[in-house]
Design a protein around this ligand. Structure first.
Ligand code: NAD
Ligand code: WQD
Length: 355
C-alpha cells in the first residue's frame, strides 16, 4: 500500500480521549469535511450528518481515500427533527459541531425565507435534541460577516456589531443570539461561536476541497477556475478603495488551520463548566485582492487573466481579525501561509479538472 503522508492519526490520543463521539452536521461540506479529518487525527469519532444540498459524493470518495475508511454518515436534513432524532438515538453523541447552513450571501438576498428556515431551524432542531439527549457541548460555525465594516481594525470579538447587510449575515447574528440565550437559561450547555474570516485552500492531498456549484462568488475558487480555463477572466471588483493598492483587504485562512480550531474549541469546552464565547478565526493579518492574485500566479507559476471591474455591491473595504483570544484561550494558531493555501487550492482544482 502506498504511504499517505497526510494521514496522521495519533493512536495515543484515541486512548487519552476515550473515543469521544462528535456529530458533525454539514460534515460533507467544505469546512466540515476537513474538520472530520482533523477530529480523527485527534482521537475523536466524527459522525457526519448532511443532506447533500451543497455537497458532492466526490468529497466522500476523497475522505475515504485520505482516511483509508469511510467515516460514519447519515443523509439527513437537520431541519427534519424526527429524522435527526433517530441519528441522536443511534449515535448518542458527546458533542456537536454545527456547520449545516446555506452560505451564499447573494443568494440569501434572493431567497431570504429559505435561508431563515434552513439556518435557524437547523440550529433549533439540533439544540432541542441536544437538550433531550443531554449533549452539552456545541461548536457553532459563525462568520466575520457579523461585524460588517468595523470601525477599528483588526476587529476584536468585543467590537460592536452592525446591522447585518444580508439575510445570511442576519441568520448568523440570530443564531449567536439564540445560543447566548440558551446557555444563559441552561448553563450546562457550553458553546463556542467560531467566527471564520475567509477560509481558502484545500487538504494538502488535493483529494478534498471547496466545490462551488455554478459560477463561484468567492475569490479563490474564481481564481483557480480562471487558471484552469473554466472562466475566461477574473474581474477584480474595484481598485479605487482606500487601501494601499486600491483593492479590498480580507483575512484569508487555510481551511486545515480552521478545521484544527474546531478540535481546539472542543478541548476548551471540555475544561469549562459553563461557556458561551465567540472566537475570531483568522490569520490576524489582511491581504488585498491583488496580493492574492499575484501570490497565486507566483507560487503556482500559472497565469490568471485579470480585469478591473466596478465595486461589488455590499463589499466591505477591509477587514481582518484580532485572533488573540483564540490564541490565548484555545491555544490555537494558524500554521499555513497564504502561499501554501493557494498552492493547495490549485492542487485541488487541477485534480478536479482531471476527474
Ligand atoms: P458548505 O456549503 O460547503 O457546507 C455546508 C454543508 O451543510 C453542505 O454539505 C450542505 O449540504 C450541508 N447542509 C446545509 N443545510 C443542511 C441541512 N439543513 N441539513 C443537513 N445538511 C445541510 O459550506 P462551508 O463553507 O463548509 O461552511 C460551513 C459553515 O461555515 C456554514 O455554516 C457557513 O455559513 C459557515 N461559514 C463559511 C464560510 C466560508 O467562507 N466558507 C465563512 C464563514 C462561515
Ligand atoms: C473577497 C474579496 C471581493 C470574487 C464572503 C462572505 C462572508 C464569509 C466569507 C460566510 C472581495 C473580491 C471576489 C471575484 C473579486 N462567508 N472578489 N472578484 O466577500 O470577503 O466574504 O465569504 O460567512 O460572509 O460575504 O469573500 O471571497 O467573496 O471576496 O474581486 O470574482 O475578493 O470583492 O473584496 P467576502 P469573497
Amino acid at each position: 500500500m502506498t504511504k499517505k503522508p497526510w494521514v496522521k492519526v495519533r493512536a495515543h490520543s484515541f486512548i487519552l480521549r476515550s473515543m469521544k463521539k462528535v456529530l458533525v452536521t454539514g460534515g460533507a461540506g467544505y469546512i466540515g469535511s476537513h474538520t472530520v479529518i482533523e477530529l480523527l487525527n485527534h482521537g475523536y469519532i466524527p459522525v457526519i450528518v448532511d443532506d447533500f444540498s451543497n455537497s458532492d459524493k466526490r468529497v466522500l470518495k476523497g475522505l475515504e481515500e485520505i482516511l483509508g475508511f469511510a467515516p460514519s454518515l447519515y443523509r439527513c436534513d437537520c431541519t427534519d427533527k424526527a429524522v435527526l432524532k433517530k441519528v441522536f438515538e443511534a449515535e448518542m453523541p458527546d458533542a456537536v459541531i454545527h456547520f449545516a447552513a446555506f452560505k451564499a450571501v447573494g443568494e440569501s438576498t434572493e431567497q431570504p425565507v429559505r435561508y431563515y428556515r434552513n439556518n435557524i431551524d437547523s440550529l433549533l432542531c439540533v439544540l432541542e435534541l441536544m437538550q433531550e439527549f443531554n449533549v452539552c457541548e456545541l461548536v457553532f460555525s459563525s462568520s466575520c460577516t457579523v461585524y460588517g465594516q468595523p470601525e477599528t481594525l483588526p476587529v476584536h470579538e468585543k467590537c460592536e456589531q452592525k446591522p447585518a447587510t444580508s439575510p445570511y449575515g442576519y441568520t448568523k447574528q440570530v443564531c449567536e443570539r439564540i445560543l447566548t440565550d440558551a446557555t444563559t437559561a441552561n448553563p450546562t450547555l457550553r458553546c463556542a461561536l467560531l467566527r471564520y474570516f475567509n477560509p481558502i485552500g484545500a487538504h494538502p492531498s488535493g483529494l478534498i476541497g471547496e466545490l462551488p456549484y455554478g459560477v463561484p462568488n468567492n475569490l479563490v475558487p474564481y481564481i483557480t477556475q480562471t487558471a484552469a480555463g473554466i472562466r475566461e477572466k477574473l474581474i477584480i471588483h474595484g481598485n479605487d478603495y482606500a487601501t494601499p493598492d486600491g483593492t479590498c483587504i480580507r483575512d484569508y485562512i487555510h481551511v486545515c488551520d480552521l478545521a484544527n480550531a474546531h478540535v481546539k474549541a472542543l478541548e476548551w469546552l471540555d475544561t469549562k463548566v459553563s461557556a458561551c464565547e465567540a472566537f475570531n478565526l483568522g490569520q490576524g493579518m489582511g491581504n488585498s485582492v491583488k496580493e492574492v492574485v499575484d501570490t497565486f500566479v507566483r507560487v503556482n507559476a500559472t497565469p490568471v487573466k485579470v480585469e478591473i471591474g466596478p465595486r461589488r455591491a455590499g463589499d466591505v473595504e477591509q477587514v481582518w481579525a484580532d485572533a488573540s483570544k483564540a490564541s490565548s484561550l484555545l491555544q490555537w494558531k494558524t500554521e499555513r501561509s497564504l502561499a501554501e493555501s493557494l498552492k493547495d487550492a490549485w492542487k485541488w482544482q487541477k485534480q478536479l479538472s482531471i476527474g
